[in-house]
Design a protein. Sequence first.
Length: 207
Amino acid sequence: MSFNEANDSTWYLVPGLLALVMTPIGAFLTSMLIAREWERGTLESLFVTPVQPLELVLAKLAPYLVIGTIDLVMCLVAARWLFHVPIRGSLVAVVGASLLYLVVSLSLGLLISGVTRNQFAASQMALLASFMPAMMLSGFVFDLRNMPVAIQAVSQFLPATHFMGLIKTLFLGGDNWPMFFRNCAILALYAIVLIAASRRTLRKKLD
């Protein structure tokens, strides 16, 4: 394993757990936010207020961004002091990349919630669209280089794949700034697209 001179599987798995923690906090929990509003009929009351769809999206993201940040700090403390995994890269880079990935996960959950408008369907879709791919196709469990070419191509469309490779490099290899800026740019693009798509599901229009 690259940069794992101790040949310890803990060093390989623990950094990747950050992605698995950020994914359910983001996609799974927020996937039910807008759907719950639609089911209760409270979203229609917001349509008669001056609040804009983008403001509503950001307001829904904010509480879970705080929760995710707290969980991120707990994960970093556990990784360093409980599992003794080295953090050789910049802590600012680790936190920045993790928060950016958290925003992507939150935005994906809101998009699913706005599209399905049903809590049960939203939760199941979020599980299938985020957590399972993040676990199986991002390189967390299986090295992508050992997978078929078609699976490798599919994995490149997953935000978790770009975050997984980046966070493992930051933990074990140190600062790789070209990789950091490239992967963060990809995650930022995902965040912008997903937030814009979530905003469109909240246009002031009743069916």
